[in-house]
Design a protein around this ligand. Structure first.
Ligand code: TXA
Ligand code: MG
Length: 321
């Protein structure tokens, strides 16, 4: 059920969960003052309790109410990338944010979205926690209809149209030991875009698990607890290949400027020179496979492994695993 911004704020302040557009993907929002609504987010999505939520703010300076200190280069990062699709993980002051949203961690993830309706809403409602508005493990939602599809036509959604990025925010994580920011999740901002501000390109990081090291094994876990789980996956098996085998008659997720076997059915990610377009279309395409009852789809992954292409490849790998 599509609702307006004032109605959305009212419901959030009354302790309800509302679907909210951002420039990346739609979020499932609850006020940070509503522990019951936060619990409801976990049960609606079927989300493991140890997977924390991102806190969304109207203004960057609001972070100072929650963060115990800000890491090196925080201010230049915020100046350059907020509002926008960047999430920063920072150590938090005790008792300022609900335990359930932090999933027991001593850090919190923060971002200031740039979608005008999201900003207008957060100004009215105050800070909101929002995971992506999809059932856990399934493709994210990039329009209001996707949210209604997952949570029912009666579920309240603020309709902000199609998401401009179509993929989640990039998450940066300060590694105190290394004195470096690392990428905890690839997303809508390519790592090379941070070079100007940081003077280095952050790498995709992980944490060494103490128990694994003790046993003499190299055991690492992702910086984001959520990265441990299956993600973005349609029911269909996705076969990722550099060349679609001749004679393929099924569905091919590929590029409109390429030729595929006669008799195959192309679902287009756009042009093979445009990773932004491919990301904007990705989740809608994965959802369409389920709607059309498709069991197997070939995916053309003959594209570069850098910039936003890397985000696309990472999402496809996760969706196919
Ligand atoms: O673009 C986005 O980031 C979207 C929109 C709605 O803002 N939100 C989103 O939320 O993608 P979600 O919950 O689907 O993914 C958030 C990721 C999860 O992998 C979670 O584990 C990680 O952020 N995360 C949250 N708090 C964290 C923390 N303190 N340390 C490390 N990772 C954290
Ligand atoms: Mg998600």
């Amino acid at each position: 059920m599509k609702i307006g911004v004032v109605e959305s704020a009212k419901r959030l302040l009354q302790g309800e969960v509302v679907g909210v557009p951002t420039e990346t993907v739609y979020g499932l929002a609850a006020s940070i003052g509503s522990p019951t609504a936060i619990q409801e987010i976990f049960s609606l999505k079927g989300r493991p309790a140890n997977n924390p939520l991102i806190v969304h703010l109207a203004e960057g300076k609001e972070v100072l109410a929650f963060a115990s200190h800000v890491s090196v280069d925080f201010y230049p990062l915020v100046e350059r990338f907020w509002p926008g699709p960047l999430t920063l993980v920072l150590p938090v002051k005790p008792y300022k944010l609900p335990e359930s949203a932090l999933a027991g961690l001593s850090t919190g993830a923060f971002r200031v979205p740039s979608h005008p309706l999201a900003r207008e809403l957060i100004k009215l409602s105050g800070p909101l926690v929002m995971p992506s508005a999809n059932l856990s493990g399934k493709p994210s939602a990039t329009c209001a209809d996707h949210v209604e599809h997952d949570f029912g036509v009666q579920f309240p959604v603020l309709d902000g149209g199609a998401c401009a990025c179509g993929v989640e925010s990039t998450i940066l994580y300060w590694q105190e030991g290394l004195k470096l920011w690392q990428v905890a999740r690839l997303g809508a901002i390519e790592p090379a875009a941070f070079q100007d501000v940081l003077k280095y390109i952050p790498e995709v990081g992980a944490v060494a698990e103490a128990s694994g090291e003790e046993r003499g094994q190299k055991h690492v876990r992702p910086l984001c607890p959520g990265q441990m789980y299956r993600h973005y996956a349609p029911k269909a098996s996705l076969l990722l290949v550099h060349v679609i085998p001749g004679g393929t008659h099924g569905v091919v997720i590929g590029f409109e400027d390429r030729a595929y076997p006669l008799g195959s059915q192309l679902i287009s990610l756009g042009k093979s020179t445009d990773p932004l377009c491919a990301l904007q279309r990705l989740y809608a395409i994965l959802r369409r496979l389920d709607l059309d009852g498709i069991d197997v789809a070939w995916v053309d992954i003959d594209f570069p492994s850098d910039g936003l292409w890397l985000t696309l490849k990472e999402r496809l790998l996760k969706a196919s695993s």
